[in-house]
Design a protein around this ligand. Structure first.
Ligand SMILES: [Zn+2]
Length: 447
């Protein structure tokens, strides 16, 4: 067996379990693993917002810890979970004796079920060599990552038993600004501005009630976005947070939106007047679909003659979930001629929406059932008169079928009174923060 020695980045004193600081010893080495078991705190506190900060906390050695001059430095090995591995097998393979492995696994179970280990997951194991070369190395600690900046560990105690614990790193939220002008596509402009793809999707979704991104975007249109990035204090892990503010300017028409938590706890985007960016109905009640046929007169692909197409078609793989476009009550669920499996929802006295060619209804979707916007009602199929899996979607206004991509959407919620005042405070705070940030410049050149 190959024992690769890796200098330990932190010598962990026994005060760790008591929640104290670790004593440090930082030998710099090429082999130092990309991980420090350092400034961990034991609380999952809400992240503090610090604009543009990347400071790393200075680490003070714990004066209480006992020096370990007599012992050679401990070292860490990183083990990877293979297919079909059990934790016991992994620890035995690492040279840990069966008794210690068993006790450590038993202790770990109070914090983490070892059956949840996935292939590829890393386990960091720390050993303490004895005073003399021929002495066995003691299994001191085992640590694994269970989520963003979250670790579970077991550590050996004085008496040779193991105790488990959990640690969550303190997180820092920083704000970033991305802006750009669209030359050819929104996607290119966004990537040039350094906007991560996941946030571009969030941005598009936030505007999807008002903007048809396939048709409304023109050269010269522009966008501005302020978003969060959440990092661990040591800077080793980071992930994208939320878009707090965005503005889309279409043909000189500015459309700012702000993220706001309502008193009910619901989080949504509102425009600068406190009007919900989310409308009563969705134009596209399906994710990741391609518009395959628009509204209007067309040559019918099956019947072969020109016929009015009374909705829009979204091509999507069979089984793709279909959402209720708005809150309402199902007033029809069943087979309906060429529409195949069909659901119609009544939203108010003025609007209904209809969904056709479904493969299946979601369980419990029957006439009279109340549904919420975004709730799954069924799945894409090709039942009825249809040439392939797609959703045929109709918006019916006062009994007339209208073009879902063109209809002026009934508006959503408007904030009022004290809540509107609170929103205005948040809005001006975000405006000021945005103004104070420098835009992110992308280093990657867009080809
Ligand atoms: Zn259709």
């Amino acid at each position: 067996m190959i024992r690769r020695r890796i200098p330990l980045t932190a010598i962990i004193s026994s005060s760790l379990i008591a929640g104290g600081l670790f004593m440090l010893d930082l030998p710099k080495s090429e082999e130092t693993p990309q991980r420090l078991s350092l400034p961990l705190t034991h609380t999952a506190s809400t992240p503090s917002v610090s604009v543009g900060s990347s400071a790393i906390a200075a680490i003070q050695p714990d004066p209480v810890s006992q020096p370990r001059e007599e012992l050679p430095p401990s070292y860490m090995r990183t083990l990877e979970v293979g297919r079909g591995d059990t934790l016991m097998k992994i620890l035995l393979n690492a040279g840990i004796n069966r008794g210690d492995a068993h006790t450590a696994i038993e202790a770990l179970q109070s914090e983490f079920d070892p059956r949840r280990l996935r292939p590829g997951q890393k386990i960091h194991v720390t050993f303490q060599p004895g005073r003399h070369e021929d002495m066995p190395h003691t299994f001191e600690e085992m640590r694994l990552n269970t989520g963003f900046a979250k670790d579970v560990f077991v550590a050996r105690q004085e008496e040779g038993e193991y105790q488990a614990g959990k640690e969550t790193q303190e997180l820092i939220t920083s704000l970033h600004r991305a802006e750009g002008t669209i030359d050819s596509s929104l996607y290119l402009a966004a990537s040039k501005a350094g906007l991560p793809a996941s946030l571009l999707m969030e941005f598009i979704f936030a505007y999807s009630f008002d903007v048809d991104f396939q048709r409304d975007i023109q050269k010269g249109d522009s966008f501005q976005i302020m978003y969060e990035q959440i990092s661990t204090k040591d800077g080793l892990h980071s992930k994208m947070g939320n878009i707090l503010f965005a503005s889309l300017s279409l043909s000189g028409d500015h459309m700012p939106i702000y993220r706001f938590k309502e008193k009910t706890g619901r989080i949504a985007y509102f425009n600068d007047k406190g009007q919900s960016a989310q409308k009563a109905l969705m134009r596209t009640p399906i994710n990741g679909a391609r518009l395959s046929s628009g509204f209007g007169k067309r040559r019918h692909p099956i019947l072969g003659y020109s016929k009015m197409h009374t909705g829009v078609d979204f091509a999507a793989p069979r089984g793709t979930p279909i959402y209720a476009a708005g809150d309402g009550v199902i007033d029809f669920a069943g087979r309906k001629g060429g529409y195949g499996k069909y659901i119609r929802i009544r939203h108010n006295s003025e609007y209904q929406t209809a969904y056709a060619h479904m493969r299946a209804y979601k369980k419990g979707m029957y006439k009279g059932k109340r549904v919420k916007q975004g709730q799954i009602i069924g799945y894409v199929g090709t039942t009825g008169r249809s040439t392939g899996p797609h959703l045929h979607y109709e918006i019916i206004r006062n009994g007339r079928k209208t073009n879902p991509l063109r209809v002026r959407m009934p508006s959503g919620k408007k904030l009022k009174g004290a809540e509107l005042a609170r929103f205005m405070d948040v809005k001006s705070q975000y405006d000021q923060q945005y103004a104070s940030l420098a835009p992110v410049i992308s280093v990657a050149s867009a080809q």
